[in-house]
Design a protein around this ligand. Structure first.
Ligand code: NDP
Length: 317
């Protein structure tokens, strides 16, 4: 039997929990579906240092647990499970739409408003050897797996904030860290760049790309190419025990491919500065709709906006 709800929130990152805090305080009695990764991608970071209000930083698990408790305190019901199917209603007139959402292929919810806050996931290079060595030296999360590489040599791929953060974190554990950057410069913010460039355990390999990983049953090395596609192109081998990917993310929106308008990269399209999607009563918040900022504080703010819009939507119908 289906459960009727005024507001269903999909996702348990900063956007989802903030939407839940606001929706529950507005008496929308929200149900929040956790998704595959409770707490969202923020839990893959080491320490959250840039969320206002935490001058000494805060452990990501602590932060997400606090947000969850805050949402629950005001009446949010958190449900463990993964949304497997949605059908969003789009009535031609101004009547109340009924959006159907299935959790784990069985439990059905019929929601008058839905807030999509499904976040984004790490990208992979797409090398065949990446898959071959998955869990045997290849990782997309230094915080999760760095511990296994204490005293060893590892490589991180990417030139953004994530790559610099992961390289700095790993330098605290490992003997040596290579940072493989495809451009002749880092894209990361100045403070993150300085942490990397001033760390003598980190060697930045600018203008390098990875050709393949090598090793007997586990990662033992990587073949790189310097200045690919130029006359100076040169192959180089590095000996490593671990290979960490930090090359960005793609939005977790495949589930909505048939129902919500998305851009070429899969980010949900919203109307102007609002969280409103092309479907009345369905709102998008956080990284699933944000190709630009992708910050926890921005995600939280957009969750707040989505809950306010959901409340207004219900009040006007
Ligand atoms: P970004 O998109 O900013 O950076 C991705 C990096 O990976 C770029 O250097 C890019 O290279 C490189 N890259 C992409 N594809 C490939 C490829 N196929 N081969 C080799 N390199 C590749 O992603 P991030 O995850 O670093 O950051 C996302 C957002 O999150 C940013 O806004 C960032 O500021 C924020 N963030 C903030 C943190 C903090 O403040 N503590 C921590 C982590 C992230 P190129 O430059 O050539 O495109």
């Amino acid at each position: 039997m289906a459960t009727y709800v005024k507001c269903l929130i999909i996702g348990s990152g900063p956007a989802g929990y903030t939407a839940a805090v606001y929706a529950s305080r507005a008496n929308l009695e929200p149900v929040l579906i956790d998704g595959p990764m409770q707490g969202g991608q923020l839990t893959m970071t080491t320490l959250v240092e840039n969320f206002p209000g935490f001058p000494d930083g805060i452990e990501p698990f602590q932060m997400m647990d606090d947000m969850r408790r805050q949402a629950v305190r005001f009446g949010t019901r958190c449900v463990s499970g993964i949304v497997t199917k949605v059908t969003f209603d789009n009535p031609a007139d101004e009547t109340q739409p009924e959006h159907h959402v299935w959790v784990d292929n069985s439990e059905e919810y019929i929601a008058r408003t839905v807030i999509v806050a499904t976040g984004a996931s790490a990208k992979w290079l797409g090398l065949p050897s990446e898959k071959e060595y998955m869990g045997r030296g290849v990782s997309a999360c230094a915080t999760c797996d760095g511990f296994f590489y204490r005293g060893k040599t590892v490589a991180v791929v990417g030139g953004g904030d994530t790559a610099c953060e992961e390289a700095t974190y790993l330098a605290g554990l490992c003997r040596k860290v290579y940072l493989i950057v495809r451009k002749p410069y880092l894209r990361a913010t100045e403070i993150m760049q300085q942490r990397v460039l001033n760390n003598d355990k980190i060697e930045v390999l600018f203008e390098h790309n990875t050709l393949r990983l090598t090793g007997e049953g586990k990662v033992q090395g990587a073949d790189l190419i310097y200045k690919k596609d130029t006359a100076e192109a040169e192959e180089r081998h590095i000996e490593i025990d671990g290979f960490f990917l930090a090359i960005g993310h793609h939005p977790n929106t495949d589930l909505f491919a048939d129902s919500l308008e998305r851009d070429d990269e899969g980010y949900i399209k919203v109307k102007g500065d609002t969280p409103c999607t092309n479907i009345p009563g369905v709102f998008a918040a956080g990284d699933c709709a944000d190709p630009h900022y992708r910050q926890a504080v921005v995600a939280a703010a957009s969750g707040c906006k989505a809950a306010i819009e959901a409340d207004r939507f219900l009040q006007t119908r």
